[in-house]
Design a protein around this ligand. Structure first.
Ligand SMILES: Nc1ncnc2c1ncn2[C@@H]1O[C@H](COP(=O)(O)OP(=O)(O)O)[C@@H](O)[C@H]1O
Ligand SMILES: [Mg+2]
Length: 313
């Protein structure tokens, strides 16, 4: 069964702003799913609807097979959401925060204690136990906030831009934490981000969103293959040679996109092996000195830029 199934979801705010424009996506059980998009793409709106905080205007949503309109309360009891603002009480200690959370979910005390110990150890929070919560760095507070949200043993953990504004080290600690949640607890993770690198290094599935609609969903690997167009990179000894090369290559591969960057050229391939051979022959025949030719695969960034840049769809 899919953890989340969304079809043709529309959200129009009262002021007339249509934030979601018929978005559809599927999240598999036990995976890390990233919703990737620029600011204003509609990520928070979608997460707020999935966590039953906002009502959709139209569309279908089911969470573990349960319809969000009819069974919102059941869905709510099986999920947790880490919002941008933490839910930590800085007047309480780390363990008091965790036990307080368990009371909200009516978890029996002994069970809550066991669970708290597992979470503290799993997320490496032991060494902070002796310090007041108010002294924690932003990154540690965020980790504690996630641990709090894991107290109820949710089937799905939602996180809205969990690493925004963090330094590199805290961000990487957060990625490790999310991978641990997936592996140790089998929790499905749904997160939003506008960091491409984050989506790529963490996710089993990425959904790229633009203007309230998904543009592509797949594994990082399949998204990279989306362009299905390798790039031939030809490196010359200097800019002068590259300019001469550009003239010949553009003439030979007429109709293809050929771009000059300093001392190398990139050519969009149709058949990269054939193109490589032909370009090599041509340069030898014309006696144009070059340093090397290689076939490059498009990066996820190439795909993202291609899909989300204005005027392109
Ligand atoms: N409460 C609201 N009322 C009206 N418009 C909103 C509201 N919240 C968000 N929006 C608009 O909806 C669009 C999507 O916003 P949001 O879901 O916050 O995107 P993201 O999280 O991807 O940055 C934006 O144009 C935003 O200005
Ligand atoms: Mg947002």
């Amino acid at each position: 069964m899919d953890a989340i199934y969304v079809e043709n979801l529309v959200k129009k705010y009262q002021n007339g702003m249509q934030a979601l424009n018929g978005v559809s996506l599927t999240v598999k059980e036990g995976e890390i799913f990233s919703l990737l998009g620029e600011n204003g793409a509609g990520k928070s709106t979608l997460i707020n609807i999935l966590t039953t905080y906002l009502r959709p205007t139209s569309g279908t949503i089911s969470v573990f097979g349960k319809d969000i309109h009819n069974e919102a309360a059941v869905i709510r009891s099986g999920i947790a959401c880490v919002a941008q603002r933490t839910s930590i009480d800085t007047h309480l200690s780390l363990t008091e925060n965790m036990m307080f959370q368990s009371k909200l979910y009516k978890i029996p005390k002994t069970e809550a204690k066991d669970r708290m110990e597992i979470l503290i150890s799993c997320f490496g929070l032991e060494r902070y136990l002796k310090y007041p919560v108010s002294s924690y760095s932003g990154g540690v507070k965020r980790r504690l906030d996630i641990a709090l949200n894991m107290m109820s043993n949710p089937k799905i953990l939602f996180l809205d831009e969990p690493t925004v504004g963090m330094d590199v080290q805290s961000r990487m600690a957060m990625w490790e934490m999310m991978k641990k949640i997936r592996s140790d607890f089998g929790t499905t993770i749904f997160l939003t981000t506008h960091y491409l690198e984050e989506a790529e290094s963490l996710s089993d599935t990425i959904c790229i969103m633009k203007d309230g609609k998904e543009v592509l969903q797949g594994t990082p690997h399949t998204l990279r293959q989306y362009l299905q167009q390798n790039i031939l990179k030809i490196t010359f000894a200097d800019k002068g040679a590259a300019k001469i090369g550009l003239k010949q290559i553009a003439k030979f591969f007429s109709g293809r996109k050929v771009v000059l960057h300093e001392e190398h050229l990139s050519v969009c391939c149709e058949n990269s092996q054939v193109d490589l051979k032909q370009a090599g022959h041509l340069l030898f025949e014309q006696n144009i000195a070059f340093m090397g030719i290689e076939i490059l695969q498009p990066s996820l960034e190439d795909v993202f830029i291609r899909l989300t840049s204005r005027g392109v769809s």
